[in-house]
Design a protein around this ligand. Structure first.
Ligand code: C2E
Ligand code: MG
Ligand code: MG
Ligand code: MG
Length: 288
C-alpha cells in the first residue's frame, strides 16, 4: 500500500511538473506570437510634483493583452522575454507606442520607461535608442530611463559608460527601486544618476509608525548629499503623501493618484486638464 502511495505521489509530482512546463511553453509561444501581433500595450502612471500637486509626467508600464491569458502584468512576462532573448524587440515596440502617445501630450510632460538589465548589457543599446528617438522625432530631454540596482552587479564600468552615453544624448537616467538592491554606497555615489526612485516598500512604511519614516528620511538626505532629486513610488494615501511633503521637495507616484491607464484614457484626462499638445495647424499649401 505504501509503495502504491509513493508511486502515486511520484506520478502526481511528474504531472504537476508537466503541466507547469506546458503552461510555460504556452506562455513562450504566446509571447512570441504576441510580439508579432502587437498585443503588448503601454499603460501609464501619473508622476506628480508633490510640492505643487501638478502632473509632471508618466511612467510607462507594460501590459500584455493576451487572447489566451487576459491582461498579463510585466512581472510575469518580462523575465520570460529576457530569457528568450526577446526583451529588446518587445521593449522597442513599447517605446515606439509610448513615443507616439507622449507626442500628443503637452511638451513639458516627461516619459519614463523601465529598461531591463539584459538591455543594459547590450553595447548597442544607447545607439538603438538614439535611432528610435530620431526616427520618431521624440525630444531626448523628455525621456527618462529607469534602471535597477541589479544592473550594477555586473560590469560597473560598462554601466557607467552606458549612462554617460545616454546622458550625452540628453536622455535622463534614474535609479529605480532604490534601496532594494545590493548596490554599495560607493557604487551609487560614483554613478551620475539624474534621479533616485525610492522603492514603494519603504514609502509604504510612512503610513505606520515613525521608525519607517526614519528610513525614508535617511534616503532623502542621502539623495540630497548626492545632489540627486528623488521620486517616491507607491503613494497610496493622503497620510503617506503628507509625510513625504515634510521630508523635502520631490516627485511622487502611486495609486493615490489613480491606477495606471492606457494611452486613450491618458489623452482623455489631459484633454480635461488642458495638457494635450497644441494641434499643429495643417499647412494649406496657400501660405508663403
Ligand atoms: P516599477 O518600475 O517599480 O513600477 C512600479 C510598479 O508598482 C508597477 O507595477 C505599478 O503598477 C506598481 N505601483 C505603482 N504605484 C503603486 C502603489 O501605490 N501601490 C502598489 N501596491 N503598487 C504600485 P507593474 O506595472 O506590475 O510593474 C512591475 C515592474 O515591472 C516595474 O516596477 C518594472 O520594473 C517592470 N516593468 C514594467 N514595464 C516594463 C517594461 O516595459 N520593460 C521592463 N524591462 N520592465 C518593465
Ligand atoms: Mg520603474
Ligand atoms: Mg520602481
Ligand atoms: Mg518596483
Amino acid at each position: 500500500h505504501a509503495k502504491k502511495q509513493g508511486k502515486n505521489r511520484f506520478f502526481w509530482f511528474e504531472s504537476s511538473m508537466e503541466s507547469e512546463l506546458r503552461f510555460r511553453n504556452e506562455m513562450i509561444q504566446g509571447l512570441r506570437r504576441g510580439i508579432e501581433k502587437g498585443e503588448f500595450v503601454p499603460f501609464y502612471e501619473q508622476q506628480i510634483d508633490l510640492e505643487t500637486g501638478k502632473l509632471v509626467g508618466f511612467e510607462m508600464l507594460a501590459r500584455w493583452n493576451s487572447p489566451d491569458f487576459g491582461i498579463v502584468g510585466p512581472d510575469i512576462f518580462i523575465p520570460i522575454a529576457e530569457e528568450m532573448g526577446l526583451i529588446g524587440d518587445l521593449s522597442e515596440q513599447l517605446i515606439v507606442q509610448a513615443f507616439t502617445d507622449a507626442k500628443s501630450w503637452a511638451p513639458e510632460l516627461t516619459l519614463s520607461v523601465n529598461i531591463s538589465p539584459v538591455q543594459m548589457r547590450d553595447p548597442w543599446f544607447s545607439q538603438k535608442l538614439l535611432k528610435l528617438l530620431i526616427e520618431h522625432n521624440f525630444p531626448p530631454h523628455r525621456l527618462e530611463i529607469e534602471i535597477t540596482e541589479s544592473c550594477l552587479h555586473e560590469n560597473i564600468g560598462m554601466v557607467r559608460t552606458m549612462i554617460a552615453s545616454l546622458q550625452n544624448q540628453g536622455v535622463h537616467v534614474s535609479l529605480d527601486d532604490f534601496g532594494t538592491g545590493y548596490a554599495s554606497l560607493s557604487q551609487l555615489s560614483s554613478l551620475p544618476f539624474d534621479r533616485l526612485k525610492i522603492d514603494r516598500s519603504f514609502v509604504k512604511e510612512l503610513s505606520g509608525s515613525n521608525s519607517g519614516a526614519k528610513i525614508v528620511q535617511a534616503m532623502v538626505s542621502m539623495s540630497d548629499g548626492l545632489h540627486m532629486p528623488v521620486t517616491a513610488e507607491g503613494i497610496e494615501d493622503e497620510k503617506i503623501l503628507e509625510a513625504l511633503k515634510t521630508l523635502g521637495k520631490m516627485k511622487g507616484q502611486g495609486y493615490h493618484y489613480g491606477l495606471p491607464e492606457n494611452g486613450e484614457a491618458v489623452r482623455k484626462r489631459l484633454a480635461e486638464s488642458g495638457q494635450l499638445a497644441q494641434e499643429v495647424p495643417a499647412r494649406t499649401g496657400t501660405a508663403e
